[in-house]
Write a protein that binds this ligand. Structure first.
Ligand SMILES: Nc1ncnc2c1ncn2[C@@H]1O[C@H](COP(=O)(O)OP(=O)(O)OP(=O)(O)O)[C@@H](O)[C@H]1O
Length: 295
């Protein structure tokens, strides 16, 4: 099973939202990492046949997905950033409604819904109305609706957006489990969403995939050095303002402050060289404005 994108482009007028993307995915979970406006949603919408590429092809097991048409849509599950939301339906009724839209027979739908309520930890909330759910619960229902047809390909656009840290961990664990036997592509601008679970990460910037590889490969090939430097907190401010655009993390423990600095040169005699993390890589390519760890 594979999904192959060959020189895929999508333009809106003169704007190249996706620019010459060629990637290949097999079974497993893939992360699509990029800042706001990088082109992630546009790419995902093409993978779901919601949008047609301006140029290039997307093939599933060698077949053009746009020619496969309904046959392809039967094997795909999609969680858009904003999914259709019926506030007065209970979770169970909402899932039954989406199942009927997807053409599932009642008996099959009932069985799938029971399994998915269990898998997503929503069983005890199944009679709650959609409007009564927390952000995390809504995302879990969103994942459940994408899984109703037991898809071979699962496309999730920022599934953890707006979740608190506990819900985010829960969501991450669930997705790690779900990836068995499927191609899962998850977009995010939050490194920790994919760091531990992605088989491979695609880094997207200005419509292009600028890097791809396992987390280890990406981190070991970051084109600069990463330094850890611990200094007294009252001395840190001046140092930070001097190295501002190179400081990827600040950890203040009261009396002392620890800085991660991306620099070719040793920033201070007492700084020590450390291994890069995916967070450092994101900072290297997108800078301070690129992500929002607390989103
Ligand atoms: N229908 C459209 N018409 C015109 N421009 C569009 C359209 N859809 C997307 N764009 C533009 O294409 C670029 C990529 O947008 P896209 O939504 O794919 O990025 P993204 O990486 O998903 O960002 P975010 O994380 O903010 O959702 C942006 O500059 C956006 O304004």
């Amino acid at each position: 099973m594979n999904l192959v994108l060959n020189k895929v482009k999508k333009s809106f007028g003169n704007m190249k939202a996706v620019d010459n993307v060629s990637i290949e995915m097999e079974e497993g979970l893939y992360g699509l990492l990029g800042s706001n406006g990088a082109g992630k949603t546009t790419l995902m919408r093409m993978l779901c046949t919601v949008l047609k590429p301006t140029e290039g092809s997307i093939c599933y097991d060698g077949m053009d997905i746009f020619k496969m048409d309904a046959q392809y849509r039967d094997i795909i599950g999609y969680l858009p950033q904003e999914f259709g939301f019926y506030p007065n339906l209970s979770v169970k009724k909402y899932l039954a409604y989406i199942a009927s839209l997807k053409g599932l027979k009642n008996k099959v739908a009932d069985r799938r819904i029971d399994i998915l309520l269990e898998t997503t930890g929503m069983k005890e909330h199944s009679l709650k109305k959609m409007k009564e759910l927390s952000g995390g619960m809504k995302r879990r229902v969103g994942i459940a609706q994408a899984l109703l047809n037991d898809p071979k390909i699962l496309i999730l656009d920022e599934p953890t957006a707006g979740l608190d840290p506990i819900e985010r961990i829960r969501c991450r664990n669930l997705l790690g489990e779900l990836a068995k036997g499927k191609i899962v592509l998850l977009s995010t601008h939050i490194v920790s969403d994919i760091e531990a679970i992605a088989k491979k990460v695609f880094v997207m910037k200005e419509g292009k995939i600028i890097k791809e590889g396992t987390v280890e490969e990406l981190c070991s090939n970051i084109p600069c050095k990463v330094w850890l430097y611990c200094l007294k907190t009252d001395e840190a401010e001046g140092f930070i303002s001097r190295f501002k655009s190179s400081v990827s993390a600040i950890n203040n423990n009261g009396k002392y402050t620890e800085l991660r600095i991306l620099s070719e040169n040793k920033p201070d005699d007492n700084a020590r060289l450390v291994d890069a993390t995916l967070e450092d890589l994101f900072f290297y390519y997108f800078g301070i404005e690129g992500g929002d760890k607390y989103d």
